[in-house]
Ligand binder design. Structure first.
Ligand SMILES: Cc1ncc(COP(=O)(O)O)c(C=O)c1O
Length: 433
């Protein structure tokens, strides 16, 4: 008899019947966004709104700079208004511009494409492998032209990719700059080195879907004596994000906590929506979808955000260990139910921003059923080669496949959820599938 589709088998679980009996409200889905926010972040945002102090903010920016340097073991850092703005700063630091090409994986975010294009640089897509969603080293050579200046290595979901060493070797051999996109990978390690320090320059994100969260934010790091001073000069010259934007950012942070993260969210969410709903910053602005110019890409991060980022960075280690535990649980769950977990390259410590799995395209197209079953929000990163930009790239079949099949599960699970999973593991709820 042909084996049943994994979703069919999953549906037999008693928790799924709970959903069917209309008791969905008993469980709030584990969020994918803003899961790292705490009441302390809310307090810090309120302090910056109501009691700003330039002297204190400057001191906190100096402390943040020092903290990031120590955390990643780097000599130079520059703070910008997002991972996307950080990528623009990387282009300027490397002195890349019109006519230059950068190789990027065909499974990324539109912000990456925009970050290059806004500096006049052309992105060139290279296919990925499906074991760890990294760039496929065997496909790089064919993408190189005499205008190629850099290779962007993206640690997707915080996983150092299968071909990382081969990609580093290739870029060095060809004299290309190595840029690490660590938007998903703050705190990850590979062969004893922090991600972000393997190449020439790396950039990080503190957008609300990431390992650290200041709603929007990011930074660039390098150990190069040539690039470092250029980066610092670029940060000094960049325009600071305007007050109105930063004020909305603080309000968005408070709103996110009250609607998504607070234990009292069922009560606080409607209040937050009523009071703050008009002020929210989107994850992407209208202009970005069409590739029209967007000022955020050229702003540096103001000192008033330093305390928030400092607070988030100080919680990274403990949160990463929770994420790694959750990834272990999802791995066991995946194996048990016939899904292939991602392959972790040896000697690496991923951050597991999310736990990716390839499922049937129907599951990704309509993940609600799976969400109901698992009690978590199911992520759909990425739905195109440069999400959400619609693209058909015939030369990148794996990127196309991942866009249709790869779903991703949250890894910051509340303690009660862990308890629930443990009960499942002990067999309390489990039925033979
Ligand atoms: C792989 C990747 N790189 C860069 C970015 C841009 O980061 P930010 O949202 O902070 O601009 C994102 C955003 O989701 C991303 O997924």
């Amino acid at each position: 008899m042909a084996p049943k589709h994994p979703m069919e088998r999953l549906k037999k679980s008693p928790l799924f019947s709970l959903e069917k009996r209309g008791l969905k409200w008993l469980r709030r889905p584990v969020p994918l966004l803003s899961a790292t926010l705490t009441l302390r972040d809310v307090g810090l945002a309120l302090r910056e709104m109501w009691l700003p102090s330039v002297t204190r903010q400057k001191k906190e920016m100096a402390r943040l700079t020092q903290r990031v340097k120590e955390f990643l073991g780097v000599t130079h850092v520059g703070f910008y208004m997002g991972g996307r703005a950080s990528l623009c700063a990387v282009m300027r630091t490397l002195e890349l511009g019109p006519g230059d090409e950068v190789l990027i994986p065909a499974f990324t975010c539109q912000c990456v494409v925009n970050g290059l294009r806004y500096e006049g640089v052309n992105p060139v897509y290279v296919d990925i492998e499906l074991e760890s969603y990294g760039m496929d080293a065997s496909k790089v050579e064919a993408a190189v032209t005499d205008r190629t200046r850099a290779l962007l290595i993206q640690h997707t979901f915080g996983l150092p990719g299968r071909d990382l060493q081969a990609l580093l070797d290739f870029a060095r051999k060809k004299g290309l700059y190595i840029i690490e996109d660590c938007a998903h990978a703050t705190g990850g390690m590979w062969r004893g080195k922090p991600l972000g320090t393997l190449g020439d320059i790396g950039f990080f994100s503190s957008e609300r879907s990431k390992i650290i969260n200041t709603i929007h934010g990011g930074f660039v790091v390098t150990n190069s004596n040539v690039l470092g001073p250029r980066l610092e000069e670029d940060q000094r010259r960049a325009l600071e994000a305007p007050y109105d934007f930063v004020d909305r950012l603080f309000r968005t942070l408070i709103h996110s906590y009250l609607t998504l993260t607070s234990p009292l969210a069922p009560v606080t969410a409607p209040l937050a929506q009523w009071h703050l709903g008009r002020h929210l910053l989107p994850q992407m602005h209208e202009a970005e979808y069409s590739g029209a110019p967007c000022p955020q890409y050229h702003w540096r991060m103001p000192d008033s955000m330093a305390s928030l980022m400092l607070n988030q960075v100080s919680a990274v280690e403990s949160q990463l260990s929770r994420r790694r535990d959750a990834a272990e649980k999802w791995r066991g769950w995946a194996l048990k139910h016939g899904f292939r977990p991602p392959v972790v390259s040896s000697d690496s410590e991923p951050t597991w921003l999310r736990f990716p799995l390839c499922m049937a395209p129907e599951v990704k197209a309509d993940p609600q059923e799976l969400e109901g079953l698992l009690g978590v929000t199911v992520g759909v990163w990425f739905q195109s080669a440069a999400h959400p930009l619609p693209l058909e790239l015939a030369h990148c079949p794996n990127g196309m496949k991942a866009s249709k099949c790869c779903i991703n599960l949250p890894t910051l699970l509340p303690q009660s959820f862990a308890g629930w999973r443990r009960s499942m593991e002990r067999g309390k709820f489990e039925q033979p599938l």
